[in-house]
Design a protein around this ligand. Structure first.
Ligand code: SF4
Ligand code: SF4
Length: 264
């Protein structure tokens, strides 16, 4: 089957800066031709990754098969865009090696105890460790994304809620889940959400010590964390959540539904 996602370069716009070539860690570009961007292994490109396109300073990169509505940034916006390739990307630039992008991906921050709890712990951890990392020259950027649709789930290769990534890599190990009453109530379906294993115990909300250790190790590159590259398929559990939520949101019998919810 033909590869249906890979970068296409607008050579009339390209400034031959080589940023895309040095950024991609998947061998899509021919490094020997740098700084000219020559796509030699389109089959290596990660589905729905916009990593190099987000870095291009002139918006010269688009993607075959892109139906996400993504628009190439350029100029200052591209300089500010720190979203790495889904596998973190690499850079030959020493300054980029000290950039730490922390992403918190979640389903709901108004109702779900698990998402709210993990968010609070992560905030607490970052308040504690950020000063030390920044003193050591690291530049920390926090991004929170509500995964509110199947499209966003696919774009972020979202496997379970909540997910914490450092430089594009999942820091909480293999996905394990159990039933989540809050998300079940939001969607009106049976939904499972993520659990966190640490020192022989399983938690619905990750302990502060666990997140502090995982974030630090990932930021410092001490321990490789979970790569999310490879084929992505939207988990059935999440599909049920989005479908159920959309159905519930569009339900015309709002009053009786709300009364029903209150009885639970
Ligand atoms: S950075 Fe991402 S989008 Fe760009 S070529 Fe590499 S894998 Fe593909
Ligand atoms: S980042 Fe953009 S301008 Fe620079 S080489 Fe790649 S396509 Fe050309």
């Amino acid at each position: 089957m033909a590869k249906c996602w890979y970068p296409v370069i607008d050579y009339l716009a390209c400034a031959e800066c080589g940023t895309c070539v040095s950024f991609c860690s998947h061998g899509v570009y021919d490094k020997a031709k740098a700084p000219s961007p020559v796509v030699v292994r389109p089959e290596n490109c990660i589905d729905h990754c916009h990593g190099c396109g987000n870095k291009c300073p002139v918006g010269a990169i688009t993607y075959v098969g892109d139906d996400t509505g993504w628009i190439p940034p350029n100029g200052e916006k591209a300089e500010d865009e720190n979203t790495p390739c889904c596998c973190g990307g690499t850079s030959d630039n020493e300054n980029d090696a000290k950039a730490v992008l922390i992403q918190y991906l979640y389903l709901d921050l108004t109702t779900c105890d698990r998402c709210i709890g993990a968010d609070a712990v992560l905030e607490d951890v970052l308040r504690t460790i950020s000063p030390a990392l920044e003193t050591a020259g690291y530049r920390i950027k926090m991004q929170k994304v509500e995964i509110s649709s199947e499209e966003l789930a696919k774009e972020y290769r979202f496997l379970a809620s909540p997910t914490i990534r450092v430089n594009g890599q999942d820091i909480c190990g293999p996905v394990e889940e159990n039933a989540c009453g809050c998300c079940g109530e939001i969607s009106g379906t049976d939904v499972t959400c993520r659990t966190f294993a640490y020192e022989g115990q399983t938690y619905d909300v990750p302990p502060k010590a666990m997140l502090a250790e995982k974030v630090l190790k990932a930021a410092l590159g001490v321990e490789p964390s979970g790569c999310v590259c490879g084929e992505y398929t939207l988990p059935k559990n999440l599909k049920n959540f989005f479908t159920g939520k959309a159905t519930k949101d569009s339900c015309c019998c709002v009053d009786s539904c709300q009364q029903t919810d209150k009885r639970h």
